[in-house]
Design a binder for this molecule. Structure first.
Ligand SMILES: Nc1nc2c(c(=O)[nH]1)N[C@H]1C(S)=C(S)[C@@H](COP(=O)(O)OP(=O)(O)OC[C@H]3O[C@@H](n4cnc5c(=O)[nH]c(N)nc54)[C@H](O)[C@@H]3O)O[C@H]1N2
Ligand SMILES: Nc1nc2c(c(=O)[nH]1)N[C@H]1C(S)=C(S)[C@@H](COP(=O)(O)OP(=O)(O)OC[C@H]3O[C@@H](n4cnc5c(=O)[nH]c(N)nc54)[C@H](O)[C@@H]3O)O[C@H]1N2
Ligand code: SF4
Ligand SMILES: [Mo]
Length: 719
């Protein structure tokens, strides 16, 4: 019997509402939910593959244990948890809790309670060693927020914008910024008069629609941003009223950017001087505007400085919400807030746990994920010996050889997965977990992500909650990930408490009677602006008008100002101006190309993919400009070798005329572990064989360069 139930796709952070068609309890089709607000029924091809994904033959039905000979045997999940507890006990007794670490990755998107429960367990055992993939993404945004200060009233409303500056992002594919169904939404915003400026070495799906596209040399974002700020200052683009009332340090910033003259910037960044000036003029004329920093500018190194400059530009233009405006991204499942049109003071960016390697340290963005492997490999007191992983570890961490060596040297590696992924193939225990339609869903994750990246979430108070649509297959021994940490807490006799969303309070859990996932969700949403039970009454999701928030007046006594002259940032900018750009880039006769990262429509990171693969993600090709291909003798569909100073890979070449010449683009999350037989046509190749943890490190976040990497390209025809 056919039946339709509503749910949400969690294959990426767009969280599209879906209609799931069931035939006798089996998922047979997934389509966009046209009754749901905001999305207009939109879903992408990945969402439509959810039925295949749930029926996939490679699905893990049982947890796995690695045997002494390296093979894996099924193990009852309860027995696995008992054995894990036993091994953890020994490690903690011998080396203390710091020897236990956890690394949170993207899988939290579908397992909302997993990361909070993991963090609760780590707090309870007293280990500070919780890493997250956010420090290998855009951690500089948080550093910049700290040093610049933030605006309590938030951003200007998207539907009112005259101008939007996008730096190294491609929202039409990545679904960051421009809300739900970004392609359509961007069209609407442009029809209403919004002018888009894009800085990107590729004429992306988004850049194609820009009023001005600065097709720059990768890694020159600080140069361009300093140039734009300079132009705004000298061409009357400063919002003087805003700056006088709420900002400090304009003169020092003006001095620091004064040497970034249009001719200098244009020549160095490889953009047209007239385009640069035109971009500045669009921004200067815009009464309202916003900025969207993407991974491109972060991966190219100096992500903290570029993020800081983006905020400076935003602030001198006064692109922040004024009194009376409706607040963007208001809480629904988080506690209610009241906001005013005033600054929140700058604060120190660094502090917390010291790493034992390279003088790296915890920052407001968290522990540096770039130091994770060395924390395991460096002998001595406090060495990490055990780790929980919720990432595709060896693949998406920098410098695959080092990361894999580290993971393989652990006394205990525990991961959870839905398939035998590359990380699972390195673990001592793999806990088999439920797939997304077997789990309840709430709109918690994008709302929480919004705290660290303003490209996610909803501009209006949207919320959704749906129970699980289906049960796991008969006979499967799979759990919700959070139960692993809860049950470890029980076995250790430790009380666990969850940190509620946007709140300093923690909520204690009943450690006698194991809660349901719904009860854990309730705990996470303690004191939410809209009760979870109310959200649950709307099967298609809902915009909760009662949760709209309006920006209040500035407190009369408020003297706090946003800061344009952080001395460390301005010193780093001076270094940029003084350096030799070609040396910084590392390109020379041996490594003449620059490798950049790009996302593709039909896969999200290394997240579970269907077999046979969707079009375009059969492998991860090296996208190249046709003239570059001709120059090196590369042929589309044939192999090329990409070599950096740190390693080499072979991948299939593909023509991409939209790239700037000299730039090669490759997607992450493909390939296999080192030592496993691989075929570039079948598995792709791991871009992190070309990265190095000590290359181009952002000293604030410890994040190494993941883009703008100098490489050589050699054709391997006929192989
Ligand atoms: N379909 C899909 N969606 C995804 C993902 C996915 O894998 N697939 N991943 C998700 C994740 S984890 C994230 S973090 C987001 C990322 O979202 P985005 O940041 O939007 O990521 P991309 O789409 O790769 O866009 C990055 C752009 O930066 C450009 N670029 C490269 N180097 C430079 C540079 O030095 N300077 C500048 N200015 N530009 C540069 C690239 O050409 C590319 O167009 O997407 C999320 N959404
Ligand atoms: N060189 C280079 N490195 C990069 C990037 C890049 O562009 N270039 N991108 C960086 C960025 S922005 C990010 S966010 C990271 C992404 O890196 P990760 O956070 O590692 O994300 P995924 O690749 O999606 O890996 C998620 C893994 O979780 C497993 N998994 C575990 N439990 C579950 C579960 O319950 N459900 C599901 N569905 N899966 C589970 C999946 O099988 C998959 O292997 O990589 C970073 N590293
Ligand atoms: S993967 Fe596609 S359908 Fe699923 S949430 Fe993202 S954009 Fe929507
Ligand atoms: Mo990411």
């Amino acid at each position: 019997m056919l039946e339709i139930r509503t749910s949400t796709c969690r294959m990426c952070m767009a969280y599209c509402p879906i209609d799931v068609t069931l035939d006798d309890g089996r998922v047979v089709a997934v389509g966009g939910n046209r009754r749901a607000p905001l999305y207009g029924g939109f879903i992408c091809p990945k969402g439509r593959t959810l039925p295949q994904l749930h029926a996939q033959p490679g699905r893990l039905m049982h947890s796995l244990k690695r045997m002494p000979d390296g093979s894996y045997q099924p193990i009852a999940t309860e027995v696995a948890i008992e054995e894990i507890a036993e091994r953890l006990r020994v490690i903690i007794a011998e080396d203390g809790p710091r020897a236990v670490s956890a690394f949170i990755g993207s899988a939290g998107n579908e397992q909302h309670a997993s990361a909070p429960m993991m963090a609760a367990f780590m707090r309870a055992i007293g280990s500070p060693m919780v890493f997250s993939i956010a420090t290998l993404d855009q951690p500089g945004l948080m550093i910049a927020d700290a040093l610049h200060g933030t605006w309590e009233g938030g951003r200007m409303r998207p539907e009112t914008l005259d101008a939007f500056l996008l730096i190294g992002g491609n929202p039409i594919v990545s679904k960051q910024y421009f809300g739900q169904n970004p392609g359509q939404r961007l069209k609407e915003l442009q029809r209403q008069g919004m002018q888009l400026i894009v800085i990107d070495p590729r004429t992306t799906e988004t850049a194609r629609r820009a009023a001005i596209h600065l097709k720059a040399i990768p890694g020159e974002d600080a140069t361009i941003l300093a140039g734009l700020i300079h132009l705004l200052i000298v061409r009357g683009g400063v919002d003087s009223a805003f700056v006088e009332a709420d900002v400090s340090g304009l003169q020092a910033l003006a001095d620091a950017v004064s040497a970034f003259t249009p001719d200098y910037v244009a020549a160095r960044a490889g953009v047209g001087e007239a385009d640069l000036v035109a971009a500045a003029d669009i921004l200067a004329r815009a009464r309202t505007g916003d900025t969207g920093p993407g991974t491109g500018m972060s991966f190219a190194s100096r992500g903290s400085l570029t993020s800081y400059l983006v905020l400076c530009l935003q602030t001198i233009r006064g692109f922040w919400a004024r009194e009376g405006q409706e607040y963007v991204n208001p809480p629904v499942l988080g506690p209610p807030i009241a906001v005013r049109a005033q600054a929140i003071a700058p604060r120190p960016a660094m502090g917390g746990e010291n790493m034992r390697v390279r003088g790296l340290q915890q920052s407001v963005a968290g522990l540096p994920g770039g130091a994770f492997a060395e924390e395991i490999l460096t002998p001595g007191k406090g060495r990490v010996r055990a780790s929980f992983l919720l990432i595709s570890g060896g693949l998406n961490l920098p410098q695959q050889a080092l990361s894999q060596e580290a993971l393989e040297s652990l006394d205990l590696l525990v991961t959870h997965d839905v398939e035998s992924s590359p990380t699972a193939r390195l673990a001592h225990y793999v806990i088999a977990t439920k797939l997304q339609l077997e789990l309840p869903i709430m709109t918690f994750q994008p709302e929480m992500a919004r705290k660290v990246h303003h490209g996610y979430g909803w501009a209006v108070p949207y919320g959704a909650y749906r129970p699980a649509v289906i049960d796991p297959p008969a006979g499967a021994d799979v759990i919700d990930v959070w139960r692993l940490y809860y049950r470890l807490g029980q076995r250790f006799g430790l009380p666990l408490s969850l940190a509620a969303l946007r709140s300093a309070d923690t909520v204690p859990l009943d450690m006698e009677r194991e809660p349901t996932t719904e009860q854990v969700f309730e705990a996470l949403c303690t004191n939410s602006a809209v009760p979870l039970s109310e959200v649950a009454k709307h099967p298609d999701g809902h915009v909760f008008d009662e949760a709209r928030v309006f920006v209040g007046a500035k407190d009369r006594a408020c003297t706090v100002r946003l800061r344009l002259d952080d001395p460390d940032m301005l010193a780093e900018l001076a270094e940029v101006r003084a350096e030799d750009p070609v040396r910084r880039r590392g390109t020379d006769a041996d490594y003449p190309f620059q490798l950049v990262a790009r996302r593709v429509q039909n896969s999200t990171n290394a997240f579970i993919r269907v077999h046979p693969p969707l079009p375009g993600v059969e492998t991860n090709p090296a996208y190249m400009h046709p003239e570059d291909m001709a120059e090196v003798g590369a042929v589309a569909g044939e192999l090329v070798e990409l070599r950096s100073r740190w390693g080499r890979i072979e991948v299939v070449a593909e023509v991409e005329p939209s790239l700037r010449r000299g730039v090669v683009a490759l997607t992450h999350g493909f390939g296999r572990n080192l030592g496993e037989p691989d075929d570039p046509r079948k598995h792709g190749a791991n871009v992190n064989r070309l990265t190095h943890v000590e290359d181009g490190v952002d000293h604030w976040t410890g994040m190494p360069r993941l883009g703008a990497i100098a490489i050589a390209v050699t054709a391997r025809p006929g192989r």
